[in-house]
Design a protein around this ligand. Structure first.
Ligand SMILES: Nc1ncnc2c1ncn2[C@@H]1O[C@H](COP(=O)(O)OP(=O)(O)OP(=O)(O)O)[C@@H](O)[C@H]1O
Ligand SMILES: [Mg+2]
Length: 270
């Protein structure tokens, strides 16, 4: 199961990716969480202290590794031929950060050329790595993506079978989500779930949803939760969030949905 967590900036993609990965792993699934943001911060949400998280070099910025695997260093110019099929099968083990027994994190970094400048060999390496993990036998892959629509223009988005489109409970945010969901549909992502996050007034959120989505897009509500702010202030990871907090309970609900989708897809492939 390959889950893409998408949405506009600041809506809660990383926080939801972190708790979802954590809960799925807690239920015994083998989970690989990938951070493909140009300013990665999933590590912190997963409980890695800021000082340590800051030291992680994203794959798409690891020039030394790119040189070793592709034979070319960034800035060598366009004329340099580098291997387009670099060896990547050991990268998840080598660069994966073990969060718990069943959960590993790889900080990939952005693979969008416009964001990373001309680090072409490193980007080629990061892309090859993503392609490789998508074909691997991992139970569940959760990808925390860069804000906006870029993720749909990489030739990668169509590899996902679940898209969680995170939105805020406002008209503008849901209108943007609608566009992202349409892009996901065009790419035939089979399961699309809208997540309306930071909800304080459930009725209002449901009314905005009705206004924006004429088609029946399945959605889940995640309530606004002040315990997340406390957690961040204390520099703690999502694993320290109280189990009776609204955010925990609502994401647990989404986790259940994902597990049921996984069971269904297993059953249909028999
Ligand atoms: N349900 C919620 N209740 C209260 N605060 C929330 C909730 N969900 C997320 N937040 C807070 O919103 C802020 C942004 O969340 P997060 O970093 O997960 O968003 P993002 O979509 O990943 O942002 P970016 O686009 O910058 O990557 C964080 O401070 C987070 O704690
Ligand atoms: Mg984020």
């Amino acid at each position: 199961m390959k889950i893409l967590v998408a949405g506009k900036g600041g809506v809660g993609k990383t926080t939801i990716s972190a708790l979802l990965s954590f809960l799925l792993s807690k239920k015994g699934n083998n989970v690989l969480a990938l951070d493909t943001d140009s300013v990665p911060n999933l590590a912190q949400s997963l409980g890695i202290p800021y000082e340590e998280a800051e030291k992680i070099i994203p794959l798409s910025k690891n020039e030394e590794l790119a040189k070793e695997r592709t034979g070319a260093s960034p800035g060598e110019g366009w004329g340099v031929l580098f291997s387009l099929t670099p060896k990547v099968d050991d990268l998840a083990n080598k660069y994966g950060i073990k969060i718990n027994k069943n959960l590993k994190l790889v900080v990939v970094g952005s693979i969008d050329k416009s964001k990373e400048g001309c680090l072409c060999p490193s980007i080629a390496l990061a892309r090859a790595f993503l392609m490789h993990v998508f074909l691997s036998k991992k139970d569940i892959i959760v990808v925390d993506s860069e804000a906006g629509a870029e993720v749909f223009g990489r030739g990668l988005a169509e590899k996902f079978n679940v898209m969680l489109c995170v939105s805020e409970p406002s008209l503008k945010s849901m209108q943007i989500s609608k566009k992202l969901i349409e892009m996901g549909m065009e790419l035939n992502i089979s399961n699309i779930l809208l997540i309306i996050n930071k909800v304080e007034d459930i009725l209002r959120a449901a009314n905005i949803y009705k206004k924006v989505f004429s088609e029946n897009i399945p959605y889940r509500i995640v309530r606004y939760d002040t315990s997340l702010i406390r957690l961040e202030d204390e520099g703690k990871g999502i694993n320290k969030l109280p189990q009776d907090s609204p955010f925990y309970k609502d994401v647990e609900n989404i986790c259940k949905k994902i597990i049921s989708l996984k069971k269904m897809s297993k059953a249909s492939s028999i």
